[in-house]
Design a protein around this ligand. Structure first.
Ligand code: 6R9
Length: 652
């Protein structure tokens, strides 16, 4: 069978019979969701508990200059009460979170809904004691530990807005995010153990706070217990305060459109964007997609391997699963520590039923051989998921056969930080899968494909172009923190009237969507978004760098690698030592995930006469595909291209 839109995989009859949604239900519900979104979402909104029920459902406008997105706007709810309190009557002693530590010799923790309630309330009271009030921002810079879940839900409980900074980011990145959101408090830990190594999060936070207001308080989880510096009056021992705090904290009534969290993500230009999600619509959408895409059933054990520093961790480790009263696994470690069977051992140990990870992890584990998988008992698995980047058919087949033993549907979920939850995804009992295709839209999502040159909607079923969404869905971001104009500019100005995803796609004759990757200057490294502009500005901040241009290139494991063209200051010698130094420099400026994989010394960059760098050419050279450079006649100095080709770094 060819993989080019031909091979189709369907879940077993038993799976389909028990699934929440089958093919007929998908067709019926999808048609209803786009024909009458008001009625559809009025019904779906009842998935969660409201303190004051909404009477208004959808109030959204994609018109450039007046973009406004509101869902359930007169409803009042509390997200934490929905994720914790409302389950207490029936699930107080059910495990809410299974915490699996970095080292398998450390015991796992099973946190019941009753214990989750206790942890959340105590932490909420500690935050209140520090003066945190409804609407205040709280930054978190934490390992994957239960306190991260307590902290998110504690904020939601008192109406504070959390902003999680991935623990792999540098002190500079942390400082920028604390300052951009004017946070009152940062929550961190002494150290983050990962893959047997420890990152000094407290030390990084100390470094960040040198650049922040001295009013910012620092709550520290003593997690490993190793020594850190301590500033009296600013630093607070969070576990000790929690132990002393009351376990009773009322949940603040929140408007559906009150912000729940900010999450910074990379864009094609400038500094990271603070994506804002609000309370009601986000929770309805996270809960619904978690239940239906993963076919979550009572008694299942759901494991999403993402970090809570990314949106996937927000929606599918915490908010979606907990809103549904599920058991969710939180893993502190990495797939290859102590050895390459760690993921599968965790599945075996906790009898995981749904496993959700990124193609980059699958590719790297695939490279290590199937014996690591085969020595574990994976018979509990009934569904597999993929997220973060397109999954190549080879990895899909390995996942399907070696991990899923051909019995588990694979949901290839396409979505973004901005979308809150899945946009295009197979529903496992309803939509047959094609390896590499995210298949069909989720309920309420209206994808359209536009011609990038003419902005015309492509009417034919079989087509390709840029992917936009024609109407709002409840999980959509509402704005960029403090910059609504940039929000409109970034997402609604390219194709007025539509939300622009930044991705290209193909739609096949069956109406299946195949995401082809970013069409803007965002690269996707191991499923993590990196703006080329961010890496460039880090490079040019180095005293010996005159100019830098960064592009992506195909990378076997990471999907895309970071390729940097660097022009040095006059008289500076290009040496291997300097190359190492620049790699380390970018690591400290942004974080390890931004470290360039290849740095090419560029005596000059290809520019138009107006001085615009021709990235198209740089991409081609980085791809080792310089035979077809296209039109170079507008270059100011065509000879620089020959030098770049002759000294290219990727000859694979
Ligand atoms: C959830 C998440 C979003 C970008 C997105 C796209 C890529 C995500 C994908 C996928 C193909 C999939 N992407 N899922 N591409 N197939 N199933 O990853 O959010 O970090 O904001 O990244 O990731 O390019 O635009 P985020």
């Amino acid at each position: 069978m060819s993989d080019h839109g031909q091979a189709v995989y369907t879940a077993s009859k038993d799976f389909i019979a028990a699934a929440h949604v089958d093919a007929a239900a998908y067709d019926r519900m999808y048609a209803a969701s786009v024909a009458d979104p008001e009625a559809f979402w009025a019904e779906q909104g009842k998935r969660i508990d409201w303190i004051t029920p909404y009477t208004l459902v959808k109030n959204t406008d994609f018109t450039l200059g007046q973009v406004s997105i509101k869902w359930f706007e007169d409803g009042v709810l509390n997200v934490a009460a929905n994720c914790v309190d409302r389950h207490l009557a029936t699930r107080a002693n059910q495990t809410a979170i299974i915490w699996e530590p970095d080292h398998p010799a450390t015991p796992a923790r099973h946190i019941t809904y009753a214990q989750l309630h206790d942890g959340v309330c105590r932490m909420a009271n500690v935050l209140k004691a520090q003066g945190v009030k409804k609407g205040d921002r709280v930054v978190m810079y934490l390992p994957m530990i239960p306190e991260a879940a307590f902290a998110m839900l504690a904020c939601a409980r008192i109406g504070a807005i959390h902003s999680i900074v991935f623990a792999g980011f540098s002190p500079d990145a942390l400082a920028n995010r604390i300052n951009d959101s004017a946070a009152k408090v940062v929550i961190t830990a002494d150290f983050a153990p990962r893959g047997g190594k420890k990152t000094g999060l407290k030390a990084n936070t100390d470094a960040a706070l040198l650049h922040c207001s001295d009013r910012v308080k620092c709550l520290v989880v003593k997690h490993t217990g190793d020594q850190t510096t301590w500033i009296d009056g600013r630093d607070i021992d969070l576990k000790a305060e929690m132990a002393a705090a009351s376990a009773d904290c009322p949940a603040e009534p929140m408007g559906a459109e009150d912000p729940l969290f900010i999450l910074y993500t990379s864009g094609s230009t400038g500094k990271p964007k603070g994506v804002v999600h609000t309370s009601g619509g986000y929770l309805v959408y996270a809960a619904m997609t978690h239940q239906i895409t993963f076919d979550y059933q009572e008694g299942d054990v759901f494991w999403c391997t993402a970090d809570v520093g990314w949106v996937t961790g927000h929606s599918y480790i915490i908010y979606g699963p907990l809103a549904n009263g599920a058991t969710t696994v939180m893993f502190e470690g990495v797939p290859t520590f102590p050895d390459a069977s760690r993921f599968w051992q965790v599945c075996d140990k906790h009898k995981v039923t749904q496993f959700y990870t990124a193609p980059t992890a699958i590719r790297s584990l695939m490279g290590m051989g199937k014996e690591w998988v085969e020595k574990c008992d994976l018979s509990s698995l009934r569904l597999l998921g993929s997220v973060g980047e397109p999954i190549n058919p080879e990895a899909w087949h390995w996942y399907n056969e070696t991990v899923g033993k051909g019995r588990c549907p694979i949901v290839d979920t396409f979505w973004q930080t901005e979308t809150g939850g899945h946009l295009i995804t197979p529903l496992p009992g309803a939509i047959p899968q094609k390896p590499g295709s995210a298949t069909k839209p989720f309920f309420g999502v209206k994808p359209i494909v536009l011609d990038p040159a003419t902005a015309q909607i492509q009417q034919a079923t079989e087509t390709d172009g840029v992917l936009c969404i024609a109407d709002s869905w409840p999980g959509q971001m509402r704005t960029l923190w403090g910059d609504h104009a940039r929000f409109e500019e970034a997402y609604f100005s390219q194709y007025p009237g539509y939300y622009f995803t930044g991705d290209g796609c193909r739609r096949d004759a069956d109406g299946y969507y195949w995401i082809t990757g970013r069409v803007d200057d965002v690269i996707n490294v191991s499923g993590h978004r990196m703006g080329t502009a961010e890496v460039e500005s880090a490079l040019v901040a180095h005293a010996q760098v005159a100019e830098a241009a960064v592009v992506g290139y195909p990378h076997d494991i990471k999907g895309q690698g970071i390729y940097a063209y660097v022009t040095l200051m006059n008289g500076v010698e290009p040496t291997d030592a300097l190359r190492k130094e620049l790699e380390g420099w970018v690591r400290t400026e942004i974080g390890p995930i931004a470290k360039p994989d290849l740095i090419q010394w560029a005596p000059g960059l290809p520019k138009t006469r107006s001085g615009k760098i021709m990235r198209r050419i740089l991409r081609k050279i980085a791809e080792n595909d310089f035979g077809a450079l296209g039109d170079t006649s507008t270059l100011a100095d065509p000879s620089v291209v020959d030098d770049l080709i002759a000294n290219r770094m990727n000859r694979g």
